[in-house]
Design a protein around this ligand. Sequence first.
Ligand code: NAD
Ligand code: MN
Length: 490
Amino acid sequence: MSTDPSKLAFNAGWQYAPAPESTDHVTIDEQYDLFIGGEFSPPGEGRYFETINPATEERLSSVALAGEADVDRAVKAARKAYAGPWSKMKAAERGKYIFRIARILQERAREFSVVESLDGGKPIRESRDIDIPLAAAHFFYYAGWADKLEYAFPGRRPHSLGVAGQVIPWNFPLLMAAWKIAPALACGNTVVLKPAETTPLTALKLAEVIQEADLPPGVVNIITGAGDTGAAIVNHPDVDKIAFTGSTEVGRIIQRSLAGTGKKYTLELGGKAANIIFADAAIDQAVEGIVNGIFFNQGHVCCAGSRLLVQESVADEVITKLKDRMETLIVGDPLDKNTDIGAINSAEQLDTIRSYLSIGREEGAEMYQSSCEVPDTGYWCRPTIFTGVSQSNRIVQEEIFGPVLAIQTFRTLEEGLTKANNTPYGLSGGVWTDKGAKIFKMTQNIRAGVIWANTFNKFDPTSPFGGYKESGVGREGGLHGLDAYLRLES
Ligand code: NAD
Ligand code: MN
């Protein structure tokens, strides 16, 4: 038994009292239409689909299913707004609109946090402290760039592209919308955005914010639907730029269909990042980093630290401490402020995760799950680790997108590096060591877009984000994120 006082309390059966965030201040409409040309209008074919709360399996609302004709209507509205007010407006004025969106988001932050957690299943602590503030920060950051584009690219003349089609996933619904919309607008483009089918509500509430901010009609259009709607945006001939975040599989389809069209594109795809722990690391902090890296947002994170590479001499210590820490993680009601791990986003995603749990055991790995209780209804997965895995195992190679960690050991720095790079992906990584020289050696040689040192999963609007290899094409965030929405003339 542990001698750590907090663990003693835990072992004695001590628990936090429920601390649910109130939902009284939130209204979710019975049904949402398509936001096109500054107004909500019904879909042409009159079809709707439901979005549910994955923690309770209860229906939250019905949202419009946009068909090809609706996509065309949205693109036309975006084109008209581009040709009309938006591309002719003084850049400083454009910036003011984006600032206004940021401020309204801040004012309505509590409401957005609750809706994000209801619709997607993530813990309120994360939506409140990370998703919503970061979304506002992205609008603030890019608002500031709107009238300074010449300074961003000295000696070159920046031009907007036109209409941007944007398709986003369900893991950070509002934040991904902000990542896409803010730089597009700052650079003078107009937008047609489609949120994921399981998490459309905060994007639709963002449409309300855009109305409230009084943006010219058609500058931002938000339409809902599933893969077919996304494909109709991607394949629309009058779209100038595609920004996609989602699975590598769909990313490949999109890349193929864009080849030869002249449309500019950025793709943010999957990942299989390694957290690499050297023996000289501060072990307790490293264990916190591992927990944050893979259990944050139920592991629904493309840059999740889903592999752990730990130096052999400290492997037992790290794994023991990790198991102890896993026992203290609270899985359950996303709206409870004490919850660490919320609901898996959908029944399909839970199926995918479960199939990987079987695959891991069939491959001969040893599975350990924390012993916490999970609710009867809703979609849940206990924090899970696999030890005794080998490099060729599917649970080491493939993206699971759930709270599942594959653990391997290494002896030398070179071996750690080789294992870290032995993946088709290259989105992120983490290095834990006391030695600056090792940090430099590793960060220079790991082929991934973002590498954190002695921390993990830290995001900021000023820093670029994006992948190597099968993790994607292009960068979002920071100065690089402007480049993705501009044509630069020398
Ligand atoms: P997905 O790629 O199927 O969906 C992402 C978005 O693309 C959604 O809005 C979806 O409606 C849309 N879409 C689907 N098919 C499309 C098509 N042919 N053309 C255009 N748009 C299309 O991802 P998913 O089903 O939400 O999740 C499946 C897997 O994707 C996950 O298990 C995970 O591995 C990965 N994923 C990665 C990220 C990331 O941030 N990189 C995010 C979510 C999911
Ligand atoms: Mn939902």
